[in-house]
Design a protein around this ligand. Sequence first.
Ligand code: HEC
Length: 291
Amino acid sequence: MKFFLPLTVLLLALASFVRAADDPAEGVKAATKVREIFEAKCLDCHGPELPRPKGKFGYVLDLKRVADNPDYIERGKPDKSDLFKMVEDDEMPGEDANVPPLTRDEKDIVKRWIELGAPDAPQVAGETTSAAPKTAEAKQLMPFWKRLLRYIGRMHPVSTHFPVALMFVAVFAEGIAWWTRRDSWLQTVRFLVVLAALGAISAAALGWINAYFASYVGQAAPILKWHRWLGTGTAIWAVVCAALAMIHECREGTTERQRLRGALLLGAFLVGVSGFLGSALIYGLDHYAWN
Ligand code: HEC
C-alpha cells in the first residue's frame, strides 16, 4: 500500500511521456480515423464519384490533397484551418445532411490530426470492403416501405420527359391546326394535352417524394424551392389546359380556342422553365453555357 501512490505517479508520468512523444504511428492512426469519419459524414456531398460535388470539393478521402489545400488546412494549426472550423461549428456536414454532425470525440480526432501536421495514411487494402457492411447496415435501418418510397422517387427525373415532350408537341400540333384551319387537328391536341396533364401530375408527385429524400444545401436549396413550386404549378396548369380542351368544342376562330391556344403556350413555357431548374439541380445553373 505504501508504494501505491508513487507507483501511480510514476505510471502516469510514463503514460504522459509516451503520449507526448509524437510517434509517427499516432499520425497514421489519426489519419486513418479521420478518413473513416470523412467517409461516414462527408462522402454524400464531397465524394469522388459525384458528378458535381458540393462546393466543387470532391476529394474528401484524398487526405494528402485535402491537407495540401491551404484554403482548408493549415498544417499544425487547427484553429487556422477552415475545414476544422467548419466541422467544429457544425457548419459541415450541415443541417440538411442525412448524417448527424461530428461528435466531440470525432472533432477532437480531426483537431489532433491537423496538430500532428495533417499526415496521410496509406489506404489499407480491404478498407473499402470493411466500410461496405457499415453502409449496408445503415441502409437496413430504413424500413422497407421507406426504401421503396425512396426508390419510387428516383423515377422523378425520367418521368418528367413525358409532360415536357407532350406539352411541346401539343403546341406544335396546335400550330398545325391554326395553319391548316382543319378542326380534325383538335383531336390530336386533345389527346396530347390530356396525356401531358396525366404525366405532369405523376411527375410532380414523384418529385415531392424525391425531394423528401434529397439534401440540397447552399446554392441548390433555393433552386429546389423554385423548381418544386414551379413544377407543381406547371402540373396544375397542364390540368387547366386539358380541361379547356375537353370542356368546350373549341372550334377554330372561337374565343374558347384562342384561350386554349394561349394556355398551351404558357404551359409549354412553364414546363420548359421547370425542366431547366430541375436539371440545374444536377448540372448547375450554367449547364447551357457555351464554355
Ligand atoms: C449535405 C451535403 C454536405 C455534407 C454531408 C458535407 N458538406 Fe461540405 N459542403 C457542402 C456544400 C453545399 C458546400 C458549399 C458551400 C458553399 O459554397 O456555400 C460545402 C463546402 C465545403 C467546404 C468548402 C469547399 C470550398 O472550397 O468552398 C469544405 C472544406 C467542406 N464542405 C468540408 C466538409 C466536410 C469535412 C464534411 C464532412 C464532415 C462535409 N463538408 C460534409 C455540403 C456538404
